[in-house]
Design a protein around this ligand. Structure first.
Ligand code: ADP
Ligand code: MG
Length: 725
């Protein structure tokens, strides 16, 4: 019988433990955790029983698949659990470190050899029990394993042994951790742990009860049981994040005051009829989604995802015009001055000939007034624009964040479209919200495709529309992988031929992380090399991040006007630059770039009617690089669909590629759940959260979930990490 301390007697009288109660429990009652051990645990961010129970194993050693040393065979991978007999460290003739470890069980002995892992001689010592996973070979007739996977399992005996993340030399040993976790679980047993997920939901999604799962993730009796436990606990993580997001979304819907725009006018229809092309059905669908949002009093909060060239601008303009039709103003914000100017030119063209009714005008209508406002608009023109925004005579303003600077007032801002949200800071978005008491409808556009599950997690408080169809009549970009001298030579010949036909060329220089200076130097070197070599005789320009912006603009202008055949540039050309006559994109050292970036760069060509080509030049000489890069280059050669590529990227490299650390919510919100492999859980959690929240943002019917969202997200100040906008 377990010894009954005063506090466990009191505990059994209460209901199941809440996570908050577990968090409030320190290690005072734990045997073996004194001041020193508590400090070691603190270094691992484990400060209470909840942290301990959520300190999940990094791996599990499945001893049901274990074999004995006697049964090891050359070239057959195997797991053995053995004792360390002796450890020897040497340096080989070619100056590699080599640690040889003699190990054995009751049936036999063999040798482990570690190259370039000198720390093994400190980690392993005689008397230690370890599990070893590897493929044996024979060296001079003796069985050995080279660089196997080793886990220190101490005296753990279960069928499945959890291996906890280790840190540092004097850190906590995995079997110590296992022992404490086990004792924490047994201390919790009398009361059990609250399960916030209703029984019917658990049943529907096949989720284990929570306390079972908490036990099984640490002490599973089979790998299946472990996976079931992981899924259940991962679901809880997703449910907390989704409940938070869904509730925030609801809160805004219930409280913020927006404008119920009339969407029955003819203005937008007229604009669409005036276009030189019919809309794609994706554009029709998204424009309708936006219109439905705008007609409600709840402010629109929508994200529009559409690959480069999918025709987002038309959607943006339809959004702005919906506001203008009802006498409100619209604003389109771009992340850079160049892009704002480009949008200004494009939108002015699209609106050519469109008139807006004006009761104050004798003839009843006037042209739609569109103006540009960036920091480059100065003097008298600036004064006119600022005045026009304030008196309402400007219908549509296009600009950078200059549009929302202090001192700029709109008479009646009704809709805001933000292009390329990731360059727009939190501050700017906040300022946008503060600008008027009534919130304008907001459409955020991004050309970076994000897989749906990731979007649900990162942008879960926004509604999402997707332009998943390219306008017809584009000649798809043909992408080549180029390696070696011969292929490179052929590429430059093809590029020269394209220039001969009157086309233009981008050459993107190698990426140098962390140093704009080195990158500029390398761009200059590439420029000189090409000018004197492969591309001699052509008109070549250079653009890099160390140039002044007037210089960059001048180069860009001459390229735009076809006064240059070739633009050698660093990634400064990545976003939004639009020169339809450019048909050739050469990316040097393409292996240094990620899929998303290569896709964005490639999107600079293929913007006109002419057939375009993209050349991904790799220096793959090194085997490791080949293994890592080949699938990326192959994916780009095979597909021009940004969403498909985003999925591939997610599969190949994990969440880090889509989200920076902040966006991924650090490691805390999603410890077990993976955007990559747990899509079904994320979708399920979304549905469950919508159900649980309903119209009650206080979550009064689900206090357990409410408390856990508070504990994990609100109290930890993590709102910013999961919420955009
Ligand atoms: P995005 O901003 O999504 O990259 P744009 O809005 O700049 O794309 O559109 C890219 C090009 O496609 C523009 O030249 C635009 O005029 C043209 N375009 C947009 N919609 C259509 C359509 N439905 N049919 C044909 N061309 C279109
Ligand atoms: Mg665009």
């Amino acid at each position: 019988m377990p010894s009954k301390t005063a506090d466990s007697a009191e505990e059994t009288s209460a209901g199941p433990l809440t996570l908050a109660e577990l968090q409030a429990k320190n290690f005072d009652s734990f045997r073996g955790i004194g001041e020193k051990r508590a400090a070691d645990l603190h270094a691992l961010d484990v400060d209470n029983v909840l942290d301990l129970l959520m300190y999940y194993p990094r791996r599990w050693v499945d001893r049901t698949a274990e074999c004995r040393v006697r049964d090891l065979a050359p070239n057959v991978s195997a797991l053995v659990v053995v004792d360390v007999l002796s450890v020897d460290k040497r340096t080989t003739r070619n100056r590699k470190s080599m640690v040889t470890v003699r190990v054995g069980d009751a049936t036999g002995k063999f040798t482990l050899t570690f190259f370039n892992q000198p720390w093994r001689s400190r980690q392993l010592y005689a008397g230690l029990t370890i599990s070893v996973w590897g493929k044996p070979d024979t060296f001079r007739g003796v069985l050995q394993m080279t660089n196997p996977i080793v886990d220190l399992i101490g005296d753990r005996t279960g069928r499945i042994v959890p291996i906890y993340p280790q840190s540092g030399d004097n850190g906590v040993k995995t079997w110590e951790m296992a022992k404490w976790v086990e004792s924490a679980l047994s201390k919790c047993s009398p009361r059990g742990v609250v399960d916030p997920v209703p029984e019917d939901v658990r049943h529907k999604y096949g989720l284990a009860p929570r306390f079972e799962a908490m036990k099984s993730i640490h002490l599973p009796s089979s790998m299946d049981e472990m996976e079931g436990a992981r899924r259940r606990l991962a679901f809880d993580e997703c449910l907390r994040v989704q409940t938070y997001l869904v509730r925030e979304k609801k809160r805004i819907e219930l409280s913020a005051r927006g404008i119920a725009h009339s969407t029955r006018g003819v203005f937008v229809d007229q604009f669409i009829e005036n276009l030189a092309f019919p809309l794609t059905s994706a554009q029709h669908r998204v424009i309708a989604e936006v219109a439905a949002d705008m007609s409600r009093t709840v402010p629109m909060n929508r994200l529009l995802q559409g690959d480069v060239g999918s025709g987002k601008t038309v959607v943006a303009v339809a959004t702005l015009l919906t506001a203008v039709e009802g006498g409100y103003q619209g604003a389109l914000m771009a992340p850079t001055e160049v892009l704002a100017e480009q949008h200004f030119a494009g939108v002015t063209r699209l609106l050519d000939g469109l008139v807006v009714s004006d009761p104050e005008n004798l003839f009843g209508d006037r042209p739609v007034r569109v103006e540009l406002l960036t920091n480059r608009v100065t003097g008298e023109q600036r004064r006119r624009v600022v005045a026009g925004l304030a008196d309402g005579s400007i219908d549509i303003a296009i600009g950078t964040h200059a549009l929302i600077q202090k001192g700029i007032e709109f008479k009646s801002l009704g809709a805001v479209v933000v292009d390329e949200q990731h360059r727009f800071g939190v501050e700017q978005r906040a300022r946008l919200r503060e600008m008027s008491e009534i919130r304008p409808d907001t459409l955020v556009m991004t050309a970076t495709p994000i897989p749906r599950t990731a979007a649900l997690t990162i942008f879960g408080d926004l509604d999402v529309s997707v332009l998943d169809e390219m306008p017809p009549g584009r000649t798809p970009i043909v992408t080549h992988s180029v390696a070696g001298r011969a292929e490179t030579g052929a590429m430059w010949a093809a590029v020269r031929a394209a220039v001969g036909r009157g086309d233009q060329v981008y050459v993107v220089c190698p990426l140098i992380e962390e140093s704009e200076k080195l990158e500029a130097a390398s761009a200059e070197a590439t420029f000189a090399e090409l000018r004197d070599g492969e591309l001699s005789g052509l008109r070549i320009g250079l653009m890099h991040g160390r140039m002044k912006s007037v210089e960059k603009d001048a180069v860009m202008e001459s390229f735009r006007h076809a006064d240059l055949d070739v633009l050698v540039a660093t990634t400064v050309i990545e976003v939004g630059v639009d020169v339809p006559n450019a048909t050739q994109m050469v990316i040097l050292d393409a292996d240094l770039f990620g899929i998303a970036q290569l896709h964005q760069l490639r999107g600079r060509v293929g913007r006109g009617e002419k057939a375009s080509e993209c050349w991904l030049v790799t220096r793959l000489s090194d085997d490791e690089l080949i293994a890592e890069m080949k699938p990326r280059i192959e994916a780009l050669v095979a597909s021009t669909d940004g969403f498909e590529l985003a999925e591939v990227d997610l599969q190949l490299r994990g969440e880090g590629t889509i989200m920076d650390k902040r966006q991924s919510g650090g490691s805390d919100d999603l410890k077990l759940a993976s955007l990559r492999t747990d899509r079904d859980l994320i979708e399920a959690a979304r549905d469950v959260a919508i159900d649980l929240v309903g119209d009650d943002v206080t979550l009064s019917a689900h206090p357990e979930i409410r408390d856990e969202v508070r504990l994990f997200i609100e109290d930890r100040g993590r709102e910013d990490f999961v919420v955009r906008n």
